[in-house]
Design a protein around this ligand. Structure first.
Ligand SMILES: [Zn+2]
Length: 559
């Protein structure tokens, strides 16, 4: 009882102290200008971190092996949204990064995939490809990139507008799309990694005419070269009890090494694996990203005044490792244990350079990944592989038999069928009828579980399940005429390694952690969606929401 009374007294004391300090603050503001008051309550820097292909369970499965300064620091000091999901398909990298920063889905932002069939020019296009700009820092075409296909603004764009273009935005990732899409249309710079014989960070004339001095200094200092070394496990491999055996039938590996087992001599393997490209496919790609991000804080003077800057960092090597070795591999476990140390290094640099409590960080992913289906099969869980070539052949046969024409289908990609609309018109066929006939044909194929027409997507309103996710991923202007959904556990991929793209939990459930200035400590199992991140950061900064934003601020996260 006495302890109870004491508790009440302590609480009362704090309420009194707090209310008097709030009163003092209000009185103080009368002598301050409005803008001083506004900027003082905001973080000097917001750091958005996307860990490419990070499933939610990577946070929990490896938790006991993480150090105190990386993932655990975010959990222990910040807010953990444990039931955070993608709310559209396809769950790919380009759409994922775009949705995190725009607070909307492919239906509105238009990044419907990484590569898609462009109905107007009748060719495949890449999400950040831009032939109207030039590479900066390389002669290779890998710099001819911009965010022009993204239709909506990011919270970085809104922060630029709000601050009269004084708040900077910088985007960084070894993957071009991981750097470009998060940073938005008005970014001061986006930088990505050119492997092959170069091993340099590059950009495009969309942002600048030549690389800033800090970037060329970084490139000439040989940071990439030092990672062409032996990749062995961080700790004794016997301690890696949270993943499968190192030697198994479910992993890819590198060209030039017979088994997908530790150790990997990157210097010896580089010539047959894309030169410096091999770094991207190991945890050292993440280390190099952290090195470069820390250099950017100094080089761009991020978070050095009261006008909020935005730094977007994507750790993409986790995705390459997952695709190659699968989600249950020793290689994945080692990659996350090492990423944890890179995060610790980055947070320490932020404490030092921006100041403890002066910046805000969020961490999420652009999609999850499936357990290797051949592994699931070995455990009697329904899973398997779709044969896209056979699907195409069967559908072509059906179209010839039904319409006596061999060229009614222009393209099948990303589980969507694109019809030859000119030919349909010429043959006086009804577009809706042709779509519906294909729906009724495809649904009879093995392991195709659902099929919908564009007409259905345009005229129905789905509010639950896979159908809702399909609709939020469906862009009337850019998407196809018919959409297929495979059975859970079924993918179009090699029989080794993991992939992603579906509306199922293994692809939609990803971590969402916030910490730093303006963030409460806590956790929730309440469902949050990927499109809630951008409005939450916008609310934290008191700026306009991105123009296509459909999410809601997570008020319980904010102080
Ligand atoms: Zn990705």
């Amino acid at each position: 009882m006495q302890i109870h009374v004491m508790k009440h007294l302590v609480v009362l004391f704090f309420i009194l102290v707090l209310s008097s300090s709030v009163k003092a603050q209000i009185e103080n503001t009368s002598s301050q200008t409005q803008s001083e008051f506004m900027t003082q309550s905001k973080p000097k820097l917001v750091v958005g971190i996307v860990v490419d292909q990070m499933r939610y369970d990577y946070l929990t499965r490896f938790y006991n092996k993480y150090g105190e300064g990386g993932f655990k620091r975010m959990v222990k000091e910040g807010y953990n949204c444990k039931n955070n999901h993608f709310n559209y398909v396809p769950t790919y990298t380009g759409p994922g990064h775009t949705s995190v920063y725009t607070g909307t889905t492919p239906k509105y932002h238009g990044i419907i995939s990484n590569n898609w069939y462009d109905k107007q020019i009748k060719a495949m296009v890449y999400c950040t490809q831009d032939d109207s700009v030039q590479s900066v820092g390389t002669m290779d075409i890998s710099g001819k990139m911009s965010p022009k296909r993204m239709k909506t603004t990011t919270f970085g764009d809104e922060n630029r507008l709000f601050t009269q273009m004084k708040g900077k935005t910088i985007g960084i990732s070894v993957k071009d799309r991981g750097a470009i899409l998060p940073a938005g249309h008005t970014a001061n710079g986006a930088f990505w990694f050119q492997g092959k014989e170069e091993g340099n960070w590059i950009s495009s004339t969309y942002y600048m005419d030549k690389l800033p001095k800090w970037v060329t200094d970084f490139n000439t200092a040989g940071w990439a070269k030092k990672y062409l070394k032996v990749w062995n496990t961080l700790y004794d491999i016997k301690l890696y009890s949270e993943s499968g055996s190192d030697l198994n039938d479910f992993e890819g590996g590198f060209v030039g090494k017979e088994t997908a087992t530790f150790p990997y001599d990157l210097n010896a393997l580089k010539d047959r694996n894309g030169g410096y490209e091999i770094i991207k496919a190991t945890p050292y790609g993440n280390s190099l990203t952290a090195d470069f991000a820390i250099a950017a804080i100094d080089g761009e003077q991020l978070g050095q005044d009261n006008i909020t800057d935005i730094l977007t960092v994507s750790f993409s090597s986790t995705d390459y490792v997952g695709h190659n070795f699968g989600v249950n591999s020793k290689e994945i476990e080692d990659t996350y244990l090492r990423l944890d140390l890179d995060l610790e290094r980055l947070f320490k640099a932020l404490d030092e350079k921006v100041g403890y409590g002066e910046y805000t960080v969020f961490l999420t992913s652009d999609h999850g990944a499936i357990e290797v289906p051949s592994y699931l099969q070995s455990l009697k869980i329904p899973a398997g592989y779709l044969d896209n070539i056979k699907t195409r052949q069967n559908l072509d046969m059906f179209m010839r038999a039904t319409y006596k024409a061999g060229d009614l289908i222009e393209n099948i990609s990303n589980d969507q069928v694109f019809l030859n609309r000119a030919k349909i018109k010429e043959m006086h066929l009804d577009l809706d009828d042709v779509q519906e006939a294909i729906v009724n044909e495809l649904i009879t194929y093995d392991h195709i579980d659902k099929v919908y027409s564009a007409e259905t997507m345009n005229t129905s309103s789905f509010t639950t399940g896979v159908e809702e996710l399909l609709q939020k991923g469906f862009n009337q202007k850019r998407s196809g005429d018919v959409i297929m959904v495979a059975d859970p556990g079924f993918i179009s991929y090699n029989k080794t390694g993991s992939t992603h793209g579906s509306a199922f939990n293994y692809d939609t459930h990803v971590p969402l952690l916030f910490f730093g200035k303006g963030i409460k400590h806590g956790e929730t199992l309440q469902k949050t969606e990927i499109t809630d991140i951008a409005p939450t950061i916008s609310a934290l900064l008191s700026i306009s929401f991105p123009n296509g934003c459909i999410g809601s601020p997570l008020s319980f996260v904010l102080d």
